[in-house]
Design a protein around this ligand. Sequence first.
Ligand SMILES: [Zn+2]
Length: 440
Amino acid sequence: MELLIERARVADFFGTFYEQGYVLVSGGRIEAVGEGTPPEAPGARRLDAAGRLLTPGLVNAHAHLYSSLARGMPLAEFSPTSFREILEQLWWKLDRVLNLEEVYWSAMVGGLQHLRSGVTALFDHHASPSAIEGSLSAIKRAVVDELGLRADLCYEVTDRGGKAERDAGIRENVEFAKGLSRDGKTSAHMGLHASFTLSDESLELAAREAEPLGLPFHIHLAEGKEDPVDALQRYGLRTAERLDHFGILMEGSLLAHGIQLSQAELDLLAARPASVIHNPRSNMNNAVGAAQVEAMLSRGVKVGIGTDGFGSDVIGELLTARLLAHHTSGSPTTMGDEALLALLRHNYSLAEQTFGVKLGRIAPGYAADLVLWDYDPPTPLSAGSLLSHVLFAAISEGLRPVAVIVAGEARLWDGVVQGLEEREVLAKAREVAKGLWAKL
Ligand SMILES: [Zn+2]
């Protein structure tokens, strides 16, 4: 089906700009883009943007949809004094009780939030140790089949529940990856929780199973101090060095956080094709420190940006990446536009690689993953100033999409989620959340 968006301020982060632009979409891709009068497109669904801002959809490179039903959850005892205690007192309690129905509804709620934040592709890192088998398919059903987003999924393999659970986690990753239809909407990684919850035997096993499928890894790297302390004490290695021994730092691998890293580890990461994913708001919330993003970028480490389940607002995350760098360095010039654009660009390139389509520009041949924002700029918007506009919108009035298109299909239209009754979904989710909380 064809779609024509007209009278939009069309902009991407890398130079495309039309003040009174149009975009013609056909077969899931951008067919034509330009200024002024659009081409004839009889039969196309039309959207008059009335001067609002049209950009490419955003990519979240590290999400945890399973955490979505924790909003407002009462916590009986929560007084963590370390990162490990945050996991023990909150996330490992929550993920332990999730059943498949709750996994599905968590994904539905989290997916909806991503859609309403203008995210059209996400990389999820999932854990539900009491409901491992079928969990990735349940997430896919909600996020890809029903909400229409692109999603790369994996299960966080860990030793913390014993060998049977570990093996079930590996199997879930393998079975899900084998069943993929390669439709450009769904993809997979081999998920691993973190070095400090995985023995050598487990890393070996996961690597062996991932290899024939060509699966890269999605793992937390040196988020808290627990990771380097454990790797040094038990194996005499720094965390990234340990992962490197198992081939985990390969092309396409996602290493979330990368905070507690030595200079030698930064050099090692620069010499490997894996990507570090920066999640500044989660890091601040968990009081785990700040990743040395500029030091990574200057060495040539590939860095992307994610939310780590702490919301779904990628623009807010970019803004925080800048604020955090200013705050920790004492310099107001750190994490300038070039650095933030590098993170954005890398997110698009990760998504291009995993989904096999062109993403991140508004140009013919690129996938039609588009967001029309309810944004009428108060100052001139021009080629190259989109980043500044969206960051300041995030600081002041916020940015909300009125339409979201994924692979040429309208998933949000005129502010209304397409293909499902959002109010009914939220009502059902509240009911499921109540049952989930009662188990804790
Ligand atoms: Zn995470």
